[in-house]
Design a binder for this molecule. Sequence first.
Ligand code: FAD
Length: 431
Amino acid sequence: MSEDDSGSGPREHAALWDEVTGWLRDHWDPDLTVDAWWKEVAGAGWTAPHLAPDQGGRGLPRRAQVVVRAAFAKHGALLPPGGLGLLMAAPTILTQGTPDQIERFVPPILEGQVNWCQLFSEPGAGSDLAGLTTRATRDGDRWIINGQKVWSSMAMTSDHGMLLARTDFDVPKHKGISWFALRLDQPGVTIRPLREMTGEAVFNEVFFDDAVVDDADLIGGAGNGWLVTQTTLHFERTGIGAGGAHAGFPEPGPKGGMLGRRAGDAARDVPPNQKLTLSFEDVVDLAKRTGRAADPHVRQDLARLYAFAETGRWNALRGRAEAARGGGQNVGSIGKLCQTRVVKLAARLGTSILGGEGMLAGADGRDDGVFAEAMVFSPASGIYGGTDEIQRNIVAERSLGLPREPAPDRDRPYGEVLRSRPSSLDGGSAG
Ligand SMILES: Cc1cc2nc3c(=O)[nH]c(=O)nc-3n(C[C@H](O)[C@H](O)[C@H](O)COP(=O)(O)OP(=O)(O)OC[C@H]3O[C@@H](n4cnc5c(N)ncnc54)[C@H](O)[C@@H]3O)c2cc1C
């Protein structure tokens, strides 16, 4: 698997663009079902071109995914499936799973047959993720899950969840966690949507009431969940840093309602510019179209935006080089910090260029409300995938060698740690 984004140069970019466009000329058939089209796209390695060929990819740098999807959009073809399965579950299972788990879970993700959500955060465990209290109790060859998650994006339309649960309360908090691939369609799982300031309800609360997961779906072994989680978070942050998240990709899985549709119709209904985060190029394009590209204030902010975007790209290049030498673990945090700045500044600059119209959403707004939507979504970029403060802590401690934050409970058995919500220990439910 290719680590991180290479930020490949214009020549590689043009060659890849030509290759994808040539492939689309031969293969894009709007009369196929979405199901059949996504299988063909996955078979050619275009869904996740950054994966190794024997993993279903093409062994290209991570940014290739952005180039490939842009070429699909330009051609008018339905984009490959997106979602958190592709961003996080597949690379985590490829890295930490057994051959059987890889075979069962990864191909359906690449072919868009299933959707995944991330069941990490809890009401009492966000930044302090290792403080989670959702409990998994072994029962023969299965585990019984009780507790609650929150901020679970797209859980309503997901089939599987990347579930973190505590399997051992008698060891220090980082050591008693396990990572499960949990089936969501079962009686013990209740999903309730939460309305956001964007007007959408992407977030959910998820409650587990004697939910069941097979031991065969425990990834990385019991008690090794923190290590597996680091893998997931690494892919989340490097993926976000490469601009791959929240970009309006078509939703996979049966609940997304796409699989049985005609691919040409689905392509028309998923406009390529439907995305929540904007890039430097999006804003330059807007500035040119609105005649504001010569305005010195706009140019100054564009330069700032370019600097953040380029810093992120160079950071990714450096990360790739370091990864090739066996290091470079913290580039994900730096890349994510750069991307937060790009997302926030792009939204602010875009709406200020549009003036009053920048406040209009939907079909009434200029650019169909894309900039207004990006503006209300942009504060989220400094929170999801770990807040900016936490990314800075990681860089400070692991890259700059500054003293670690005090953590007096780090080595105590988790069951002895004082918490504000002890009921989950006794009653088995964090809700
Ligand atoms: C759009 C979006 C999508 C999300 N999707 C998912 C998802 O699919 N699955 C999932 O599991 N979670 C998801 N989350 C949740 C996200 O991971 C958490 O919100 C995040 O980790 C912060 O946790 P918290 O909200 O509990 O805030 P807290 O941890 O309570 O933090 C509150 C504030 O205190 C600061 N803070 C906390 N600890 C420290 C520290 N040690 N040093 C300095 N400052 C600190 C934080 O930076 C923050 O500003 C999503 C969040 C957003 C915004």
